[in-house]
Design a protein. Sequence first.
Lengths: 148, 148, 148, 148
Amino acid sequence: MPCDFKIKRRVEFSETDMAGIVHFSNFYRYMESAEHAFFRSLGFSIVTRQTDPPVGWPRVHASFDFKQPLRFEDEIEVHLLVAEKKSRSLTYVFKIRKVTEDGAIECATGRMTVVCVTKNADGRMSASPIPAELADLIELAPAELLAG
Amino acid sequence: MPCDFKIKRRVEFSETDMAGIVHFSNFYRYMESAEHAFFRSLGFSIVTRQTDPPVGWPRVHASFDFKQPLRFEDEIEVHLLVAEKKSRSLTYVFKIRKVTEDGAIECATGRMTVVCVTKNADGRMSASPIPAELADLIELAPAELLAG
Amino acid sequence: MPCDFKIKRRVEFSETDMAGIVHFSNFYRYMESAEHAFFRSLGFSIVTRQTDPPVGWPRVHASFDFKQPLRFEDEIEVHLLVAEKKSRSLTYVFKIRKVTEDGAIECATGRMTVVCVTKNADGRMSASPIPAELADLIELAPAELLAG
Amino acid sequence: MPCDFKIKRRVEFSETDMAGIVHFSNFYRYMESAEHAFFRSLGFSIVTRQTDPPVGWPRVHASFDFKQPLRFEDEIEVHLLVAEKKSRSLTYVFKIRKVTEDGAIECATGRMTVVCVTKNADGRMSASPIPAELADLIELAPAELLAG
């Protein structure tokens, strides 16, 4: 895994609001798109039966600090960095940058913590160790990248 | 059932786009909200095991003709009229009106056809008669209301 | 102003995802709906020319901690509490509760900081004092409510 | 212009609903994404001051017939075909296909009519001829492609 995984996308019209900028709720969709592309880059789908038992990844925390607005047709990068890897949870840091002719401008930084869960016999979810075949592929980002 | 079922709602900021009006994709969400409230008004949930067998309602057609834009904080009515009731499908007509001091202004008219389906033993869906306990409650709107 | 402002809503089908629960991005829309209803309860619209100069409220931070999922047709309350009132910014705390026969279950708690801005002569936004006619109406929630 | 313009995208998790499939309202977003990419392919942005006067493109009709559901991570193509070109309006046909190892499966066909408008001195919009520099680039799809 690259330490600094990223996806690129272009802001869509339906993601804007009457203030002329991307509605803040869509930053959380961008965050999730990067998470799912990150899993694909590891050879997994986030919705998968590739592990035994199958696992799910409910969110327990998600936040963004907003610095600059995004606008229609902006080309953006969503960077995903693994900030914490515990036995049953992961914490990602996200940096959303607008790509311009003069370089990339940081527009928002986010953080999401997800818990690895499996379904019990009674259908309820409970926290469960991250399957080794997946955990082994997930690499912590170096401190300087997280701070940067 | 009242022939002319309606719900009221207020346009939310996140439903607008950079043109300052409700994004057209949200009209289809309004349409669906009226459909589901209509089912509740009959004593059913659209996602239900109240019938034997349980049934689902996939869309086969949905359209809108747009006449006037909707804006943030507009108070709107979504009217639902049953235009066709066949053994395995329903067609609804929707009228979206903006409520103003001078009366209601028609902003869009829509149409949706849904098919009643059940899950087969192999997990696939197939069209199925509308359960009688539900069909008996669904009343066609009179022609003059549909045209109006 | 009531110290503990709240709105009620019912979870819509289009707010769910394939995990069968409300997609986490929609919690931020619920948060915003409560903020805008709060402004209306004070006699203002969040998109307004009622103050001189007109002001806007961009988000600088928004977060949620998720405790329990929400599902289709759940009746929910979104509570808004003013946690901080500074000269140019407000911080709200949100509590999202599912209303059941046995009482309300806390499903998520959130936090949002917004900055009061005005448009400069060159069209750019800059932070600006909250207009007195609005600031005077906004009451801090007592500590025990924020903690509760 | 190619007669059959298309974009590719992958279904995102946030586009699904609790039925496990893409919520039908998102097909209209896919439709719009293709329209805007089509304009970019002609050297224009749909939100533009490239023409004199600047024009906008409000929707007067949008519909879909749904044939097969789309699911998370499906790779899809959205084809745009120009079905009608009038002096003040355009009608597009859309075909949404799922790309599989065995070829593309048609999942939905849609239709959208948009009107070219300009802003009058009083701020209201009115229908206006499509600027020649744009109209000249827009080529009707042949009948066999529209039918296919």
